[in-house]
Design a protein. Sequence first.
Length: 647
Amino acid sequence: MNFKFVIYICFLSFFKVNAQSVVKSLDEKLKVSLSLENGKPVYSVTYGEKSFIENSPLGLKTNVGDFSSGLSLDTNIKQNIIYETYQLRNIKQSNVKYVANEAVFSFTKEGKAAIDIIFRVSNNNLAFKYKVYPQKDARACIVQEEVSGFVFPQQTTTFLCPQSLPMTGYARTAPSYETSYLPDDAMGKNGLGNGYSFPCLFKVRTNGWVLISETGVDGSYCASKLIGRDKGLYTIGFPAEGENNGNGTTAPGIPLAGETPWRTITIGETLAPIVETTIPFDLVKQKYEASKEYQYTKGSWSWIIKMDNNTTFPIQKQYIDFSAAMNYETILIDALWDTQIGRDKIAELAKYGARKNVGLYLWYNSNGHWNDAPQGPRGLMDNAAIRRKEMAWMKSIGVKGIKVDFFGGDKQETMKLYEDILTDANDFGIMVIFHGCTLPRGWERMYPNYASSEAVLASENLHFEQESCNNEAANATIHTFIRNTVGSMDFGGSTLNKFYNSDNIPNKGSKRMTSDVFALATAILFQSGVQHFALAPNNLNDAPEWAVNFMKEVPTTWDEVCFLEGYPGKYVLLARRKGVKWYIAGVNAEKKTLKIHLKLPMFASGAVLKTYIDDEQLTGKVNTIKLKKDQKVEISIPQNGGVLIIN
């Protein structure tokens, strides 16, 4: 579409409804209406004339003024057309065009400037944030409460992840976004009493779907969550007081004038806009220049199969050889390398890996005063001077990246630690994975050396308990629609061992219930620019050759994503494109075999396609098919099985 024509249409769309304090998307399907009710700002959202969010509260309460009531709306509403193109090579879509109508609603209180509420509305997406103005002599404030709410129509169902109570779980490390989603649940609950972790998915009757999250959170604010209330209302919640072992304020502080992060809402009649959204990245900017050109890679990882006692020099050397055999560029050396390998031997491993074009990622405990996690290295990431000295050593031996674990919560001081680790690591050319951590909130674009975050009940739980293996397929069909829609997900999956133990032998540890094709499919479904797969050297001999060959070639970065079919907790079919090559991936969690006629418009009629399919016994095989004239194929996926189609 011609750029000038786009801008012209945007202006028509905006000004046509501006007098009513309504902002529309370019296609005029998404509409946000803002008004004052007895001095309190409220908004509502419709899509295609159907209600998705009913009249919901807006505003902030601070220690320098209550900006949620007693407000007057300035009739001079500022309008902007946002048009931007940008490249994002590490998540979802490599070339993005963002077009939105922006409206700045200015409010006064007792005749003085109070706050702005800034809305941006693009096709299927909207976002809002606040700007707070200086009050009298105050040039800083504490945001004590954000009253922003989301009121859903009755009969809405929820797909939410309860946030753990603080200082619970292993070594008092919770919350770390590692609880299970509850699909198709009723409204009116508040999880475990501590709200719900972003992102949050809602099914609004038969109208469609809503995804709520936030973006642009850095060290200047805390991360937030949703608090469930009565009558379909959910509100923004700040971190619990007990997080970080009770240290640090739960309420963020900002300078004046100052802004909050963006609250994001994605709406669709189907799940396609949810899966394909780029709104977490559209609203943020890169915060600093990359010190080098960072490479997004795939690698191997011994810990998931072999656990702590195999973080040793011989085993890690074996995994370097394995990565080289798989054409992988890295290995991740997990916890306890400081005592079980030692620095001199780590340097030796780095040299050995360099000769085979395999670099190292090293694990670190985030450490500090916030939990009891005993694994080392400890005490190196929570202090700037010590951290930078450690990073200088890593640079000197050629370490590619770090994985930092066991963070203390979502308070502002912890968000600052994330940012400080990233900025310091960039100075030394080091990429960063976070684990036992918060959700990334636009970080793929904000921080050029950011690699990925866990923030999900990830693959380690498949090793620890059989129940997680039993639920692996159901969880995979949830993460694709919720957690992975807003940011990179360091799941560490695609296991080809039948059993989670060093020797891959029966009756020892948990048993994988899913097929090999399923394992390959999750390498497509679960996106992270840097992947360390749960493969093991024995897979070169005991896994099907076709499966190993696929895992050698699978990309970790993509140019396009396309939702095809699915329902959270039941099944999913998704397409990703790398260059001119499309990968169609699907898995099924339902007890019955999924049979569906799937249209594949990305392929030409008559195209010969490679397929990976399972039979009813979950035995995989590789075939080729010729696409029919109507571009449809018949898909059959048994429970716990998968499918792949590649051109």
